[in-house]
Each structure stands twice: as structure tokens, then as C-alpha cells.
Design a protein. Structure first.
Length: 331
């Protein structure tokens, strides 16, 4: 209870700040407040607070993904049309492939490489949260990935609308560009509607469609992590008996909940009037989890990584932005 109380108190500050400054968002404010509070008030890192932080960082994070699924309507996804899918799938491949190639070249490996790649490829903070829940990523990796996504979201919100006008993009083309090349939903909305109302509508639907890619990506991450753990166990004890991976670990419950929530929304069982409240609940839950991660973080863990993760994020962001425009010109 002590740790959970601290998390909820800081969340109550971070969420309103995120609503005042939507380009930053509650989750980013949450992890920053968590880190700063832990630095300025050392007693917040006492061992008695640890169970509360662990509960928020794991359980509340998983519940937040389920709640976010209520905002995804499969009818909206269908209306995007087949013409948009090549661009979305192409930018997904560019981001994930680029993360693998440039992560190796820059020496950014492991959880940090995975989270930056997934966050850039799919939907920023939500994708990072889902991947973290699936693979149990390190706190420092989560912080670096969020910082990277936040930095280039702000750049995109400021730069994309004037660049779009300069290139003479139609509202549909700009919406597709913003929806595939900007990560967090709030930033996609900000850039899209700054361009025009039609561009904002298109960008939001494209962004929601990208969110569906959480399902195969998270499943792939779980399988890869399970195989890696099995190889590690083999090296430590070659004679240990092999056990089949239970389906509950292969398909995380929070992912089943995400799909079920999207199905309920698509069936019309989640009224439109509930969506603002559900969106706020999802934001509060994700922010709570990131506050807990921030409180548990040690600054030394960030210093040890250096600037290379940010450079990886910059490369991936540029590749996806240029790739989206290039793919549109050929489609």
C-alpha cells in the first residue's frame, strides 16, 4: 500500500499535466515525475514501497492495454481501405528492420533496441507498454524508449504540417503520412488536425489501424523471449527436461483482453459516450505504471547507455517518415 499510494498521488499530478500539454502526455510526465521524486526524496525508494511499485509497473500496465482496446473499432479499420495497407505494412517493416540493422551498428541491443523499434513501428507509448508487459523489459530501456518517442513526436507535430503544405499533400495523403510516421495518438491528432479536419480524421483512423499490429508483434516477442530463455536454460543445464510452453504464456492474458475489448467495441457493446471516460482510465493506468517505473529507476542505468539509443530513435524516425512518403508515391 505505501508504494501504490505514492504512485497514485504522482499519477493524480501527471494526468492533468498531460491533458494541459497533450503533445507531452500524461505517461511522459508520469515517468519524469517518478524519476525526479525518487531523486529528491530518497525515502520513496525504501524497500517497503517496492511491492507497490512492482504491482503498478506490471499489473496496472497490463490492465491499461485491455482498456485501450475499447477505443479500437474494426469497422473504422475496414474503412481505411486496402490502399492504405501497403504504406502501413511498409513503414512497419522499415521501422523493425531498421531497429535490427542500426541497433547492431550502434551497439544498442536487447530490450532498448526492441522497445525503440516497436514504439516507432506501431504506436509509441502504447506499443512500448505492451512490449514491456510481454518481455519484462528493464526500467532503463523503458525510460530511454519513451524519451526517444517523445522527442521525435514533438518534432513531428511542429514540422509535419508546414512540410505537408510545402509539398502540397492532399488531406488524405497527409493523414496517411501523419498516421504512419508519428507515434503517439495525441501527437497524431495534433499534427493531423493542425493540417485540416479531413487530414485529422484520416490520420486518427490510420493510427487506430496501426494499433492492431500490437497483436502479432507481442506474440512474436513472447515466442522469441521463450526460446531465448530455453536456450539459456540448456546452456546452464543441458540435461534438464524440456517442457512445452503453456498457452497462457504464449498468448498473454492482457493481449486476449485487448482483442476482446476491441471486439466489444466493434459489436457496438461499448457506447460512444463511454469512450472519453475509458480513454481517461487507460491513460491513468499507463501513467501509473510509468510513474512506478520512474520511481524504481536508477539514473546510473541511463548514464551507462549514453546517447546511442536517442540516435537510433532519430534514424528510425527519419526512415519511417521518408519511407511513408516514398511508399505513397508508388501506391
Amino acid at each position: 500500500m505505501p508504494g501504490l499510494g505514492v504512485v497514485l498521488l504522482l499519477t493524480a499530478v501527471a494526468v492533468p499535466l498531460g491533458r494541459l500539454v497533450p503533445v507531452v502526455g500524461g505517461p511522459v510526465f508520469g515517468i519524469v515525475l517518478g524519476v525526479l521524486s525518487g531523486l529528491l526524496i530518497p525515502t520513496l525508494r525504501a524497500e517497503r514501497c517496492r511491492p507497490g511499485y512492482d504491482f503498478a509497473a506490471k499489473n496496472l500496465l497490463q490492465v491499461s492495454i485491455v482498456v485501450l482496446g475499447t477505443g479500437l473499432s474494426l469497422q473504422q479499420v475496414a474503412r481505411v481501405g486496402a490502399s492504405s495497407l501497403p504504406v502501413m505494412l511498409g513503414t512497419l517493416a522499415i521501422a523493425l528492420g531498421g531497429a535490427w540493422v542500426f541497433g547492431r551498428l550502434l551497439g544498442v541491443r536487447g530490450d532498448t533496441q526492441t522497445l525503440i523499434g516497436v514504439g516507432t513501428a506501431i504506436c509509441g507509448g502504447s506499443a512500448i507498454a505492451a512490449a514491456t508487459a510481454a518481455i519484462g523489459a528493464k526500467r532503463s530501456s523503458v525510460a530511454y524508449a519513451l524519451a526517444t518517442i517523445f522527442t521525435f513526436n514533438v518534432v513531428a507535430v511542429l514540422a509535419f504540417p508546414p512540410l505537408g503544405h510545402l509539398m502540397g499533400l492532399s488531406p488524405e495523403a497527409f493523414g496517411l503520412w501523419a498516421g504512419t510516421a508519428i507515434n503517439d495518438t495525441s501527437s497524431v491528432v495534433a499534427a493531423g488536425y493542425a493540417y485540416s479536419a479531413d487530414a485529422g480524421d484520416q490520420a486518427l483512423v490510420v493510427k487506430l489501424t496501426r494499433s492492431l499490429m500490437l497483436v502479432p508483434i507481442v506474440l512474436t516477442l513472447v515466442v522469441l523471449k521463450s526460446r531465448r530463455d530455453a536456450r539459456t536454460a540448456d546452456r546452464q543445464d543441458p540435461d534438464h527436461p524440456r517442457t512445452r510452453l503453456p498457452w497462457r504464456r504464449l498468448v498473454p492474458m492482457f493481449l486476449i483482453g485487448f482483442v476482446a475489448a476491441a471486439g466489444l467495441r466493434s459489436a457496438g457493446l461499448v457506447p460512444d459516450g463511454w469512450l472519453p471516460t475509458l480513454s481517461l482510465i487507460g491513460t491513468c493506468l499507463i501513467t501509473s505504471a510509468l510513474v512506478a517505473i520512474g520511481l524504481s529507476l536508477r539514473p546510473r542505468e541511463l548514464r551507462d547507455a549514453g546517447p546511442r539509443p536517442l540516435l537510433l530513435g532519430a534514424i528510425l524516425w527519419a526512415l519511417v517518415a521518408l519511407g511513408s512518403l516514398g511508399l505513397q508515391s508508388f501506391s
